[in-house]
Write a protein that binds this ligand. Structure first.
Ligand SMILES: NC(=O)c1ccc[n+]([C@@H]2O[C@H](COP(=O)([O-])OP(=O)(O)OC[C@H]3O[C@@H](n4cnc5c(N)ncnc54)[C@H](OP(=O)(O)O)[C@@H]3O)[C@@H](O)[C@H]2O)c1
Length: 328
């Protein structure tokens, strides 16, 4: 089968397309024919072997064999199932998150039936389904599990035009919050369409100069810090960073002290989230923003674009035919 691999850490050009043996599912696994995957900001870091502490998992000097094929999100069709699999059957259309094992940027991928895998929302393309996994479930995890966002809260979303940001904005509105979206002016129209009550252009205005304003600052791109945001938070408000090891000890300290807190987190288990998101998508309550779609043969170009840090929503990759899949 065709698979994208990288045998060293580095720039997009380390990615090549090779022929490898397709995987064989174990008893508890399903074999998925991957129709579409995505390129995410997290994978750019993984391809570069950054941050350095991450190499304890990724491989010290070069990527471990198991993480040489990128691709965290996928949508496709179940081809065969292992003997003990009950949730899925051949022919099922699915979408899911591969996690640290990555590997979705290939024609076939095996996943345990207990993994972050769900039946794909109906009436959307495989590309859109693949783009509705990591950003959406991460936004849901932070807003619901880490901040318990609800009616009457004022939530600021920093990086509102990115993958996590476009979902966070819509979910916070669905939960009844007042939402301030922070993005550059070229994305102001997009975030307004998605429901933002207020828009701040970060290139001309600094939201951290506000005082006692936001119950939640969700820093989806971790472009700011707790120290800068602290006074913009209400006295019991919280700052949600999506990355940065340093935020964990600060989080502990703020919890002990009380008042404004830092709440970092890792959205790992996504199965329940995917079922919830599928319903929102099917009922038309959650929009999936796809900025660009690339055929798998242009994977280097796709990584170059995502690496700019300025994609809008999501970047998808068509695996099966190299062209955006028709509605199925
Ligand atoms: N903790 C977890 O469980 C978890 C899970 C998934 C991902 N992550 C992390 O979350 C981060 C964000 O992921 P993502 O996929 O949402 O990112 P993304 O889609 O790549 O973010 C791109 C967006 O960020 C905006 N942006 C860039 N610089 C900005 C700034 N200084 N202020 C405000 N907006 C800015 C850009 O808008 P402009 O073009 O207008 O500048 C662009 O639309 C990644 O670093 C990833 O590693 C964490």
């Amino acid at each position: 089968m065709k698979a994208v691999v990288h045998n060293s850490f580095g720039p997009p050009e380390v990615l090549t397309i090779v022929d490898v043996e397709p995987p064989t599912p174990r008893a508890d696994e399903v074999l998925i024919k991957v129709h579409a995957t995505t390129v995410t900001a997290a994978e750019i870091l993984m391809r570069r072997g950054r941050p350095l502490w991450g190499r304890s998992v990724l491989g010290v000097t070069r990527p471990r064999k198991k993480v040489r094929t990128p691709g965290l999100e996928l949508a496709g069709e179940v081809v065969t199932v292992g003997a003990s699999v009950r949730r899925f059957a051949p022919g099922d259309q699915v979408f899911g998150f591969t996690g640290i094992g990555v590997g979705a940027c290939a024609e076939y991928k095996c996943m345990p039936e207990s993994a972050s895998l769900e039946h794909k929302p109906v009436d959307i393309t495989y590309e859109d389904a693949a783009a509705a996994v990591d950003g959406a479930s991460t936004a849901l995890y932070f807003l619901r599990e880490r901040a318990d966002v609800g009616k009457g809260h004022h939530v600021l979303i920093n990086g509102a035009s990115g993958s996590i940001g476009t979902y966070a904005l819509q979910l916070a509105k669905l939960f009844g919050a007042e939402v301030t979206a922070v993005c550059s002016s070229r994305n102001a129209e997009l975030v307004t369409e998605l429901g933002a009550d207020h828009v701040i252009d970060y290139t001309v205005d600094d939201f951290t100069t506000r005082r006692n304003t936001y119950d939640v600052v969700f820093d989806t791109v971790t472009a700011s810090t707790y120290r800068k945001c602290r006074r913009a938070l209400t006295p019991t408000g919280c700052y949600l960073p999506t990355k940065g090891l340093w935020n964990w000890p600060i989080a502990g300290w703020t919890v002990l002290r009380g008042g404004r807190t830092v709440r970092p987190g890792m959205s790992v288990e996504k199965r329940a989230s995917l079922a919830f998101l599928k319903e929102l998508i099917e009922s038309g309550q959650l929009r999936i923003i796809v900025d660009r779609n690339y055929p798998i043969d242009d994977i280097v170009e796709a990584h170059r674009y995502v690496e700019t840090g300025h994609k809008r929503g999501n970047v998808t990759v068509s695996v099966v035919s190299g062209v955006r899949q028709a509605l199925s």
